[in-house]
Design a protein around this ligand. Sequence first.
Ligand code: IVH
Length: 670
Amino acid sequence: MDSDKQRIDYLRETLHRHNHNYYVLNSPEISDREFDMLMKELEELESRHPELYDANSPTRRVGSDISKGFEQTKHIYPMLSLANTYSIDDVDAWANRVDDGLFGQRTTIVGEMKFDGTGISLIYEHGELVRAVTRGDGEQGDIVTDNVRTIRSIPLRLQGSGYPDFFEIRGEIVMPWKEFDRLNAERAEAGEPLFANPRNAAAGTLKLLNPAEVSRRGLDAYLYYLLGENLPFENHYDNMEAARGWGFKVSEAMTRLDSIEEVDRYINHWDKARKELPVATDGLVFKVDSLRQQLNLGLTAKSPRWAVAYKFAAERALTRLRFVSFDVGRMGIITPVANLEPVLLSGTVVKRASLHNEDIVRALDIHQGDMLYVEKGGEIIPKITGVELPARPEGAEPVRFVTHCPACGTPLVRVEGEAAWICPNKYGCLPQMVGRIEHFVGRRMMNIDGIGEETAALFFEKGLVRNIADLYELKPEQLTGLEGFAEKSARRVVDGIQASRSMPFERVVFALSIPYVGETTAKKVARAAGSIDRLMQMSVAELESVEDVGPRIAQTIVDFFADPSNVEIVNRLKAAGVQMEMEQSADSEAVSDILAGKTFVISGVFSLNSRDQYKAMIESHGGKNAGSISKKTDYVLAGENMGPAKLEKAQKLGIPIIDEHQFLALLSQI
Ligand code: IVH
């Protein structure tokens, strides 16, 4: 037994060290295989000795797959933001203000990277990570310790010595480009929406309720600010170097700068060199090194006077417009697209960029053959930001918006007050018809396995499926003759269609492609109506009383069902056995036991489901409902206007309070 304990201690320490070598120093000393074997041994020993549990054991890095919702806590020191500057002159002006504020004392400036992720505050006690808190509103943030424990470059237990008993260290959680690309590729494959940039991806990942998924996503963390009472040094730079020695990842780019010329050189160097870094950066940060001088300079309401951010100009390229094409969406909206001479921008070749609508084409005053500026300001979607007028070819004509649909030739119409031109030929315009079928079968709609965008287009082209109701009349023998369709893939399609008959009514409403009715609106409308028959009868006024439905959406829903071809499709779907009403009883049937042993107290008003529906969901997943909060409560599911007495009691007992989004995420993620 004693020797087990010794071995556990040894393994924990060894694995912490190897983690640091690998994730912080980038210089592993043992092979992955050897590492895995040590980890396995530790896991086995820990499972035999639950009494030796340690939240900071290296085995916790993989994350448990059960997590509480996030509790909030107040920051010890508020988390401020930084004032931004955009030129060396602005930075110079800041340095002069610093000099004035310090009555001309000599100052040293520290230059560092501005990492483009999400801020984090880490609290260490006696060398152990005890809490990780997001920035939140600057005053208080979410406690995300379980998720942060999975980030391998964050030390769970510090190395070396000389760290204060209690201190806070702040930094940025980032998603390296490599992981970001991998995650987005996976999401594209699964038909899920892509993250626009690594910042959103890092912030979104940190708020997941499933630490095992967080662990899988490869987050990293750079630390840049040490706070506390007994810091080892009187200046920022040396403190950060000390933190590096305790095992934190501190950027190698951190440098002391002694003059404005050095600041200028630093900016010029990193403006280019940052492109080689494995993570996204959106600028640099300059800080006064001396902590005493920092204190003397003090803070404004929002940011410290002793630091300033310098933002890099968005990356821009100049390239020639080949032509403007016009895409037709499933709702008939016409989107102008600039087709460009291929140009390299932030590591990818850009050939097309959306011009969004006619107003934007006009505002940019684009002419045929213009040289255009393309930017990618930390986003993955390129944007046309301007025209290089001196390069305009002589006699070039302005780009004119099409007056007729490029796909079917129908004259376009423009809805009053809207920027978009629309092709009104809903039932004769190919991209609209195919687009609606593609939407219907999509993962977040009817999720028909075996039919993707290309298959939907093929079925349409072959005349097998001209609208969504036709899908339910497909016969396996019609498919087997098609190119690329073996018996197995035909079977998959037929099975997928069969399974879609039991998709919940909310999804069916979304899948119908009612203009402006997105996923959330579809849910609310479906729940309010209860059935398609009722929905088809609802008046504009009745629909407007549904949360989130304004007069415009209400009118389009009424118009949609006033169209006989839509009514016919709905009737055929109904006859085919597609769910056309909310399932009343399903919620109370046992769906899973993932909430087994968990007691919930529900309080407040909800927007996505009613209280009764939440109660039923808890029971159907094996959980229990209780009327009042006690030590036995595992979660409080809180809506708007939760009673203050309940709130206080829950906080006092340390019971996690989760909102409905977190609750729903819990059900789908565990
Ligand atoms: S120092 C009081 N240093 O930028 C100043 N912040 O716009 C504390 N950031 O909220 C921040 N890299 O999330 C500092 N090297 C760096 C940074 C950095 C990125 C973020 C941080 C902060 C935001 C301010």
